[in-house]
Design a protein around this ligand. Structure first.
Ligand code: CTP
Length: 401
């Protein structure tokens, strides 16, 4: 049964094109047997009819603190709710909430709410990136509020970028996870590296690899769902990580990934290194685009820093280090060699010889090698999401209890 059954949800809708998604969200929440009270800013009514929402939620919709119907009790509603979701949350409404304004029912109820508050921002990409907006998000986060990650894609302005409101299905899934009791990784902080790295040859070309980042993102999402605080350092990848517990840092090169990972490691209980880091980079990337003049050309490469080995050296008592090995031959021997050399506790081995495994597949077949007992766990071919659960289960079973 859904964890949302019987939960009292305040749903605040502010004035954005994405307000239509709030109708789907209301319907999904009701389908999950939640009780939904909709609050709308006056401008939201220009985008979606209050009648639609009152019909879907089976309750009157409130907009102003006082009006023809008298005084609406925002204090009572704020105390009634088990969760307050503001979706879509416009830059304007986020700004008001960050600074404590209460000029309508939605903002007034926010100040009265004692329950967890979630925002699903929706805005144009430049508004999303603007320092004023970033500051508001930081303030709201500092009050303990949560955010549903914005999506990437075409925006109402016609521009393409970040700023799309999270999908109602994702919001409901994350709320459900939030209310799920017994999150077995709660209190743990996990660093995950994922995706490829791109090493510039000149301003338009790079050396990279075929990693999609799917395995690492699946791990980040699974760990976050199970209550861990996740720092995800993601190389160039089209993937989004959807969970409030995931702090995403996007990087491009191995050196940037190294910098981000070594900065974050100190405060982590576990680091899982799922990235396919380029071993070498061009030693002197050209400042201008290289022109096609010569019949032959070569590129000098230098070795990149090894993130896993560096973390292995600085690892403290109680910290766990998990690596990945993708091998094409002498799999076990090579994987065990990496386990020892990089001072890892566990290594997840995938072989390119397994059909449906590793790069760019949605499935993976792994073997887990342990340092402490020289043992190996073998798993079937599964979805990367299920492989992620297996890896986390193994960590919990053998190391974290
Ligand atoms: N790794 C890393 N930093 C690097 C290279 C690798 O953190 N510069 C990590 C990977 O994320 C993985 C593990 O080390 O968890 C093993 O990566 P792999 O590329 O298989 O190992 P290499 O040491 O690069 O060995 P080789 O490429 O020679 O097989």
């Amino acid at each position: 049964m859904s964890q949302l059954a019987g939960k009292k949800i305040l749903l605040g809708i502010s004035g954005s094109i994405a307000a239509y998604k709030a109708a789907f969200l209301t319907r999904l929440l009701i389908k999950n047997d939640a009780e939904v009270q909709v609050l709308m800013t006056p401008s939201a009514a220009s985008f979606i009819s209050p009648l639609t929402l009152s019909t879907l939620s089976k309750k009157p919709v409130y907009s102003d603190v006082s009006g023809a119907e008298g005084w609406n009790n925002h204090v009572e509603l704020g105390l009634w709710a088990d969760a307050y979701i503001v979706a879509p949350a416009t830059a304007n409404t986020l700004s008001k909430m960050a600074s404590g304004q209460s000029d309508n029912m939605l903002t007034a109820a926010y100040l009265s709410a004692r329950c967890p508050v979630f925002f699903a921002p929706a805005m144009d990409l430049d508004m999303w990136k603007h320092p004023a907006n970033r500051r508001n998000l930081e303030w709201l986060e500092s009050y303990g509020d949560h955010f549903f990650n914005v999506g990437y894609g075409e925006l109402a302005s016609g521009l393409v970028g970040e700023g799309r409101m999270a999908e109602p299905e994702d919001i409901v899934a994350q709320l459900d996870a939030f209310f799920t009791k017994g999150a077995d990784l709660r209190g743990k902080r996990i660093l995950i590296t994922a995706g490829p790295t791109y090493e510039p040859i000149d301003p338009v070309r790079f050396i990279g690899n075929r990693s999609s980042g799917k395995m690492g993102v699946a791990l980040a999402e699974a760990a976050a769902r199970r209550g861990a605080e996740v720092d995800l350092v993601l190389g160039p990848s089209a993937l989004q990580a959807r969970h409030n517990n995931i702090r995403l840092e996007r990087v491009e090169t191995a050196r940037e990934m190294y910098q981000a990972a070594t900065n974050l490691f100190e405060h982590c209980d576990v680091a899982i290194l799922a990235a396919a880091v380029a071993d070498y980079r061009p030693s002197n990337p050209a400042v201008e685009k290289i022109k096609k003049k010569r019949e032959e050309m070569s590129i000098d490469l230098v070795k990149n820093p090894d993130i896993a080995a560096t973390l292995g050296k600085s690892k403290k008592e109680g910290q766990l280090l998990v690596g990945f090995a993708l091998e094409t031959q002498n799999e076990m021997e090579n994987a065990r060699g990496k386990l020892e050399r990089k001072n890892l506790d566990m290594i997840v081995l995938n072989s390119l010889r397994d059909k449906g495994a590793a790069f760019n597949h949605d499935t993976n077949r792994v073997r887990i090698l342990h340092r402490f007992n020289n043992k190996t766990d073998d798993f079937e071919l599964k979805s990367k999401a299920d492989v992620a659960e297996d890896i986390l289960d193994t960590l919990l079973r053998d190391y974290l209890t």
